[in-house]
Design a protein around this ligand. Sequence first.
Ligand SMILES: [Zn+2]
Length: 192
Amino acid sequence: MINTKLGLILLSISTLTASYQLHADDSDHEQHTAHVHGEAQLLIAQDGSTLELEFHSPAMNIVGFEHQAKSKKQIDALEAAIDTLNQPGLLFTLPSAAQCTPVSIEVESPETEHSEHAHEHEHEHEHEHETEDHSDFTAHYRFQCKELSRLDRIEIELFKRFPGTERIEVQSISKKGQQKIDLTPGNNSLEL
Ligand SMILES: [Zn+2]
């Protein structure tokens, strides 16, 4: 599981609002059972010249299934999704004046999660098998922005890329403070 400063910052917000579950390192199992198909979460934080975004989504929204990919079609869908998630320019439209450049991209797909953590987390792995009917994608992006003060909005293109997504719960921290907003395909712009 990706563990970031952003996650830690937003964990405190999540504790306060407690309206949805932001997972910690060890709560993969809970995340799996808690997600709702069609809904996803996006965490956004600005700090200095750094912009961080963390996206969590049920695999159903991304590839249309949650069991382990078996057929070629399913494996292709998974690979295409990973490829798209590795291109933040396709997912987020940032104001060009902010001059943001991606400096770090991490994508965890259900499959890589299984393979990478099989040895480290034998115990959790067993849990994952018990809840194999649900799986998630997590993606983390870090941008460096030369003019972060010009970052006044973000257009979320995830709806376009992954039409199975009906609603994204966004939590953000910017210079204007914290906000929590639900975005939809028809309302995909976040004011910062
Ligand atoms: Zn599910």
